[in-house]
Design a protein around this ligand. Structure first.
Ligand SMILES: [Zn+2]
Length: 255
């Protein structure tokens, strides 16, 4: 049984066909998943989807790529949404220097959402692109727990994130032939610190690279990790599921 920690069933590309996509998940043994918000609308939809299916959880938050116009009122609404019992984290939040959203705005929205997560005692799901050192600085100062989503950094950096309370989540790129860093991370980082995800509709794993991704494809991420570590795919599935239940705090009765 697999736990996919990062799907965008709330996205324009996936929302209308979510029933079909979830059905395919269940056929493949993907029995739990977290729908991750990236702006107000996707956060609202995530909460709605999580209420449609028992085994679907969600996160709410504003991503660095969607934060340029974010107001304090928007963040208030995120905070209200976060009080829903199916919300298991604040995210995806973080820093992205690949696109041109002003850095000072990104820092402000990121810092406010970290503070919100601490206040609500929820973990954080981190999106970091071309901003590794700054992201690390924010997170080490925050002294909070969470997930490095679609991790593409080095093995050494992964160890530093684990040290400060983070899980490392691997997605489709670990299956790409030339993805040296994700493969090294999958090989050397202990399974007890790894999670699996799809980040669909993007980043389809091999053998579907270039096509629209879907949450059931998380099994190819798990297979690749198993192959690299020389262990069974069941072990990858079971341990990463346990890790997901731990970080999302699903091991007791109230969720
Ligand atoms: Zn995402």
């Amino acid at each position: 049984m697999y736990f996919n920690t990062h799907t965008h069933l709330n996205s324009e590309e996936q929302y209308e066909r979510r029933d079909e996509l979830i059905k395919r998940c269940l056929e493949e043994g993907v029995t739990q998943m977290t729908v991750v918000g990236y702006d107000l609308e996707s956060s609202r939809l995530g909460v709605q989807i999580a209420h449609e299916y028992d085994f679907v959880y969600c996160t709410v938050g504003i991503s660095p790529n969607d934060c340029e116009e974010t107001t304090d009122e928007d963040l208030e609404e995120i905070k209200e949404l976060a009080k829903d019992p199916k919300v298991v984290a604040i995210g995806e939040i973080g820093l992205d220097y690949h696109w041109d959203v002003p850095h000072d705005k990104q820092w402000d929205v990121f810092a406010k959402q970290i503070a919100m997560a601490k206040e609500l005692d929820l973990p954080i799901v981190i999106h970091s692109r071309d901003a590794s050192e700054d992201t690390y600085r924010f997170l080490s100062e925050a002294k909070h727990r969470g997930i490095m989503h679609c991790y593409g950094g080095s093995y050494e950096m992964a160890l530093r994130y684990i040290d400060i309370g983070f899980y490392i989540s691997l997605a489709g790129p670990v299956t790409f032939k030339n993805a040296r860093k994700p493969k090294e991370v999958a090989t050397k980082v202990p399974l007890t610190s790894l999670l699996i995800e799809t980040d669909d509709p993007y980043l389809s794993p091999v053998p579907f690279r270039g096509k629209r991704n879907e949450p059931a494809n998380v099994i190819y991420v798990a297979r690749q990790i198993a192959e690299l570590k020389g262990i069974s795919v069941e072990e990858v599935a079971n341990t990463t599921k346990h890790n997901a239940e731990t970080i999302f705090d699903l091991n007791h009765g109230d969720k």
